[in-house]
Design a protein around this ligand. Sequence first.
Ligand code: FPP
Length: 245
Amino acid sequence: MSLKDSITKNNIPHHIAIIMDGNGRWAKQRGTQRIFGHRNGVKAVREAIEASAELGVKYLTLYAFSTENWNRPKIEVDALMSLLINTIKTETETLIKNNIALKTIGDTQSLPKAVQKKLHEVVEHSSKCTGLTVILALSYSSRWEITNAAKRLVQDFSDKKFAVEDINEDRFSSYLTTDGIPDPELMIRTSGEYRISNFMMWQLAYTELYFTATLWPDFDKEELYKAIVDYQKRERRYGKISEQL
Ligand code: FPP
């Protein structure tokens, strides 16, 4: 039986989030420039999207660029932005043909104007697609997101839109950039690092975490199946005991 066949169809995570890590090390192992790793990372992005769409996953969030990544050498940041814009340009038609919507989370206003413009076009263009939604986390970090949510919440409170007693988890969540998107059931991080790295810290509260040593450019459909099979073996208790489930 193949790995894909061992996936239980009625227990597929609705939302999978991925920290795509290890592009630089993958390139270094081959004696090439870091950007070569990022370019090969796009192939892995395609694999993850295709496999998710085939399995009926509803949301796939990809951590493509963190707030902290702005501190990388300018040459790498510029190359990543070009890669992003070129990939979006070449893949838009395929996304829409496959009923895949694109969304972004993060401080997208800090991205170069050309990237913002292209992203906006594709998000609009794909907004009627009802299959998988791919969410690109761009210039994203949880601390930025939570601070930003708190600022906007306090502003609305000062404008008397609600009372202190009306502040609860649901209201707070509605100020996050993931408003309307269910929390991920599964978070995958590649490259053997065991950290959350400022990624969806609010949303991952009850998420199952899966870590693999595979470097992102080597991630393929089989790797995603492996993560889902592992997820399906877990008992999700949300603070209860087994007998209560
Ligand atoms: C982490 O590897 C990867 C990134 C910071 C960028 C991810 C970008 C892509 C996969 C390509 C473009 C994406 C899309 C959605 C088109 P790293 O550079 O931190 O690797 P290292 O830890 O080995 O140095």
